[in-house]
Design a protein around this ligand. Structure first.
Ligand code: IVH
Length: 709
């Protein structure tokens, strides 16, 4: 795409443009476009930017400013023209220039060997001949077809039924890894159709869902749905906000100005992909460390490369469900041809399924730390993407009823990415009538107390605080990372010490007999001393940790911190009435009620007294104290909301800065909102705030300036 010299020139040019004061004339417009397109290629196609996001933003803003001053100079290929303001009303059906075929599947080295033999057989080639293959990931996103005419992107479509697809040009134009202009003409190509896959990086997806959770929007099920949904939205700015990227893996059609085949000098699939890379597309890379594409000299090498990828699939940045093996020679591809369904010269090597079916054998009911009953399905063990699954959570009674799960059902189980396996659905068509209803218990499976279910809760609950299961779970929670964070103390030790009669409640944790522990099998002096050190350390914890570790329902980390900031000593809370709680913003009636109830229980007070006498810290520490907000801090009494993707700081960091400046973070645009801070690709919130006209809208930089860094 760009030679070394060219890249150096563009880099130097960028620095020069960045150093220039705000341009008023249009003289640098083409230089700005050239450098921005270069940086988009480095960032989106290579994943290897050479300038900071900030510098890229600055170049972009300079270009926007010039274009605003000289609208007659705006061209459709300008980097600013990726999102058009008009909404796509409806998708038109368009015909692909050549049909988009499917791929035949293979699952192991044996299948691949047969595929190789079939080709040789079909062409009458000797059985011991080595055919060269090009192998690349089978990307798991939404398939797209791009048409370039006279070097311009003129059309983009979904795969559709292979012959016809939905036209999604406006949406695809927003993807920065798709060049709006590519110099096909330099290679004698007047019109071309490219195939590729639109995807969202796994880490980007996780962040996006976190942001959606913060914005109280429904979460996407997986990167693939988020990508395919993003391609088909009616609002291109929504597509843009999903950070979709497109890998191009096939040149499906190429003709010259006279309509003649223009594959010309291209000899192999590998050549084709290299060419597309040179033209600026994001392609599977053929150089380490990211060896995505490899030319293999024979099918044995292909099999090894496929297995290598199968093993590292989870650590790869994108979801892939296999590898695609393509005979490398275009001439050989031509001779081999296609069936109506798939090319004979290519095959997919499918990774071990992430979905599997198995039998639902039994349901066990587990009791949690606050008595919630969780049904857990016991399954006939089944291999799923590298692990054996024999047990999955069914969450609650409604989950079972909504899916109509029955004992003895064959169920579809899925495990995607790092996600915990879950039951997708029962296979109703496989029922033979012997399946049985799953009966939810009416009494606690451990202590037999009658279960209750509050109207607004999903869980049935055992309300006996002395229920053995709850006592153990509470202790496990108490020592866990988010609570008292006692290193090296976990579920198995707690259960063991409980069975030995050493632990009856959380206070006992602070009076363990380390000499006795050292005598236990598997322990010894050293581990016992380590445990002692960890527990001694925990005794000095700030009180917000202690508050959180008491498993008071709904008193999470945040409420723990708020309460800890309000008291000199934990005991003060014991004397608080509802009115006192009401004075604290962000502490609602539920937490208030639960804390009051906790202190009304004589037994809880006893346990706390014991803990205090055993040396556990009960007084506010430096870490608990509220960060003082100056009365003349810049945002005192203001409400603020962040939207879009922030480039200079994380969302949490930004919110903390706003809070430190005296502002209150909110989650929705309303008449009460004072400031909206807009990151990249802001969507509906920005529109709404603009429409309201009462909200001060600021960029990230303006915000940082306001709060002082
Ligand atoms: S080649 C004629 N290469 O897999 C060649 N397809 O069943 C046909 N896919 O939905 C496709 N990654 O979009 C090819 N590197 C890759 C691919 C790939 C994903 C998808 C393709 C289609 C399906 C083929």
């Amino acid at each position: 795409m760009y030679s070394k010299e060219e890249q150096r020139r563009l880099f130097d040019l960028s620095k020069k443009l960045l150093a220039q004061p705000e341009p008023t004339d249009a003289s640098s417009i083409s230089e700005l476009r050239e450098t921005i397109i270069y940086h988009e290629w480095r960032y989106y196609a290579l994943n290897d930017p050479v300038v900071s996001d900030f510098e890229y933003d600055m170049l972009y803003k300079k270009l926007q400013a010039i274009e605003a001053a000289h609208p007659q100079l705006v061209t459709p290929e300008s980097p600013t023209q990726r999102v058009s303001s008009d909404l796509t009303e409806e998708f038109n059906l368009v015909e692909h220039l050549t049909p988009m075929l499917s791929l035949d599947n293979s699952y192991d080295a044996e299948d691949l060997k047969e595929f190789d033999e079939r080709i040789k057989n079909y062409l009458g080639l000797p059985a011991d001949l080595d055919i060269e293959y090009c192998v690349e990931p089978k990307f798991d996103g939404g398939t797209i077809a791009l048409v370039y005419e006279n070097d311009q992107l003129v059309r983009a479509a979904t795969r559709g039924n292979g012959a016809l697809g939905d036209e999604i040009t406006a949406n695809i134009r927003t993807l920065r890894s798709v060049p709006l202009r590519a110099e096909f003409s330099k290679f004698g190509i007047a019109k071309a159709e490219l195939r590729g896959e639109a995807l969202i990086r796994k880490d980007v997806f996780v962040k996006m869902n976190e942001q959606r959770a913060a914005d109280e929007l429904t979460l996407f099920a997986n990167p693939r749905n988020a990508a395919t949904g993003g391609l088909r939205t009616k609002d291109p700015s929504e597509t843009a906000s999903r950070r979709i990227e497109a890998f191009i893996y096939q040149l499906g059609y190429a003709v010259d100005a006279n309509g003649n085949n223009a594959f010309g000098l291209l000899k192999s699939h590998d050549d084709t992909i290299d060419l597309l890379g040179k033209l600026g597309f994001k392609i599977p890379q053929d150089t380490p460390p990211n060896l995505e594409r490899k030319v293999c000299k024979n099918i044995t090498e292909v099999a090894a490369f496929c297995v290598e990828w199968q093993n590292k699939r989870e650590s790869y940045g994108y979801e892939i469900d296999g590898m695609v093996v393509k005979a490398n020679s275009l001439e050989l591809q031509q001779r081999t041809g296609s069936t109506a369904h798939h090319p004979r010269w290519a095959i997919a090597f499918k990774f071990k399924a992430k979905q599997a079916t198995t039998k639902l054998l039994n349901v066990e009911f587990q009791v949690g730390k606050i008595g919630s009953i969780t049904p857990v399905a016991k399954l006939e063990p089944v291999a799923l993407a590298g692990v054996t699954v024999s047990s999955v959570s069914l969450h609650n009674e409604d989950f079972i009823r909504n899916k109509d799960l029955r004992l003895g059902d064959t169920v579809l189980v899925e495990r995607a990415g790092d996600v915990i396996p879950y039951i997708v659905k029962p296979m109703e068509e496989l029922r033979d009538g012997s399946e049985q209803e799953i009966v939810f218990p009416t009494n606690c499976p451990v202590c037999q107390t009658q279960l209750v279910r509050a109207e607004d809760e999903a869980a049935w609950r055992c309300e006996n605080p002395d229920c053995e299961a709850q006592v153990i779970q509470r202790m496990i929670y108490h020592v866990s990372k988010n609570a008292m964070d006692i290193d090296g103390f976990g579920e198995s030790q707690i259960e063991r010490f409980f069975r030995l009669g050493w632990l009856r409640n959380i206070a006992d944790i602070y009076r363990l007999d380390y000499e006795a522990i050292a005598q236990l099998e598997g322990f010894g002096e050293k581990s016992a001393n380590n445990l002692r050190a960890a527990i001694e350390k925990a005794k000095k914890n700030p009180i917000h940790r202690l508050l959180h570790s008491l498993t008071i329902h709904h008193l999470g980390i945040k409420a723990g911190k708020i309460l800890a900031a309000e008291v000199q000593n934990i005991w003060e809370l014991k004397d608080w009435d509802e009115e006192r709680f009401r004075q604290i913003k962000d502490i609602g009636p539920v937490v208030t009620h639960n804390v009051i109830r906790f202190f009304q229980h004589e037994k809880n007070v006893e346990i706390l007294k014991e803990m205090e006498s055993l040396g556990v810290n009960f007084t506010q520490t430096e870490e608990d104290r509220p960060k003082a907000v100056n009365a003349d801090a810049p945002l005192v009494g203001k409400t603020i909301l962040f939207t879009g993707t922030l480039m200079k700081m994380g969302r949490k960091e930004a919110q903390a800065k706003a809070e430190a400046a005296g502002a209150k973070n909110t989650s929705a645009v309303s008449g009460n909102l004072d400031y909206l801070i807009v990151g990249e690709d802001a969507g509906s919130k920005l529109k709404k705030a603009t429409a309201l006209g009462t909200v001060t809208i600021m960029t990230e930089d303006e915000f940082l300036e306001l709060v002082g860094g």
